[in-house]
Design a protein around this ligand. Structure first.
Ligand SMILES: Cc1cc2nc3c(=O)[nH]c(=O)nc-3n(C[C@H](O)[C@H](O)[C@H](O)COP(=O)(O)O)c2cc1C
Ligand SMILES: Cc1ncc(COP(=O)(O)O)c(C=O)c1O
Length: 215
C-alpha cells in the first residue's frame, strides 16, 4: 500500500493562503466546503485526542457541529471517557483526515463547555430518535448486551411519549458542547515525493504567527 500525493506538483498551499482574523478560519471553511462539494464521507468528522488523569492519550471520531472565530465545537456526553478527560485536562487536539482530498487540518488548544443556551439550540435540531438515544446511553460505560441497551432505549422512549411522540425533550444535564479554541492550527496538503506543504498558524501573545513547516 503506497499512494503518491500531489500529482505533478502541489496544491499551492503557502503561508499566504492564510488571511483574515483569526487567520485560520477562512481557509478552513473553504477546505471544509470543498470536502462537502467533493462528497467525501462525513467531511465534518474529526479525530479528537484527550488525555486522562495519568497522562495517557485517547482518540475517537466526533462530528464537528460548529466553526466560528472562537474555534470548533462538538457535542457529547460529559460523563463519557472524553468528558472526564477534559474535566481533568481541559485541552484537546482535533484532526480532520481528508485523505480523499490529500488534505489534513489539525487543531490544538484549550477546551471549554459551550453555554447551555448554545447546547440547547443545537439539541433542538437533532432528530428525536437521536435525542432519546443520547439519554438512553450512559456513554463509555459497559452494558451486558445489545438487548439490554435496546431495553434501556425503549424504556426512555416510553417515558418520553414514544419515539414518534411530539412532546419536546429537554437536553440532559450530562450532554453538551465542547469548544476547542485553537492556539495551533496546521494545514497539510499532499505533495509529490512526500514533499508535502505544511502551514502552521500559532497564537503567540494574542497574535497569529504563520510559518511553513518541513514535511
Ligand atoms: C463518524 C463518527 C462520528 C461520531 N460522532 C460523535 C459525536 O459527535 N459525539 C459523540 O459523542 N460520539 C461520536 N461518535 C462516537 C465516538 O467516536 C466515541 O465512540 C464515543 O463518543 C465515546 O468516546 P469516549 O469513550 O472516548 O468518550 C462518532 C463516531 C463516528 C465513527
Ligand atoms: C453518540 C453520538 N453523539 C452525537 C453525535 C453527533 O451527531 P448528531 O448530533 O448529528 O447525532 C454522534 C454522531 O455520530 C454520535 O454517534
Amino acid at each position: 500500500m503506497r499512494v503518491s500525493y500531489g500529482g505533478s506538483g502541489t496544491g499551492g498551499l503557502t503561508p499566504d493562503s492564510l488571511s483574515g482574523e483569526p487567520v485560520w478560519l477562512e481557509l478552513f471553511e473553504r477546505w471544509l466546503a470543498e470536502g462537502v462539494s467533493a462528497q467525501i464521507p462525513e467531511p465534518n468528522a474529526m479525530v479528537v485526542a484527550t488525555v486522562d488523569a495519568e497522562g495517557v492519550p485517547a482518540t475517537r471520531t466526533v462530528l464537528c457541529k460548529g466553526v466560528d472565530a472562537r474555534g470548533i465545537v462538538f457535542y457529547t456526553n460529559h460523563d463519557s471517557d472524553k468528558g472526564r478527560d477534559i474535566a481533568t485536562h481541559p485541552v484537546a487536539s482535533a484532526t480532520f483526515p481528508w485523505i480523499a482530498m490529500e488534505r489534513q487540518v489539525h487543531f490544538r488548544g484549550p477546551v471549554t463547555q459551550v453555554s447551555r443556551e448554545e447546547t440547547r439550540a443545537y439539541w433542538t435540531t437533532r432528530p428525536r430518535g437521536s435525542q432519546l438515544g443520547a439519554i438512553a446511553s450512559q456513554q463509555s460505560r459497559p452494558i451486558a448486551s445489545r438487548a439490554a441497551l435496546e431495553e434501556q432505549a425503549a424504556d426512555v422512549a416510553r417515558r418520553a411519549g414514544g419515539v414518534d411522540g411530539d412532546a419536546p425533550i429537554d437536553v440532559p444535564d450530562n450532554w453538551g458542547g465542547y469548544l476547542i479554541a485553537p492556539t495551533v492550527v496546521e494545514f497539510w496538503q499532499g505533495g509529490a515525493n512526500r514533499l508535502h506543504d505544511r502551514v502552521r498558524a500559532s497564537l503567540v501573545d494574542g497574535r497569529w504567527d504563520v510559518s511553513r513547516l518541513q514535511p
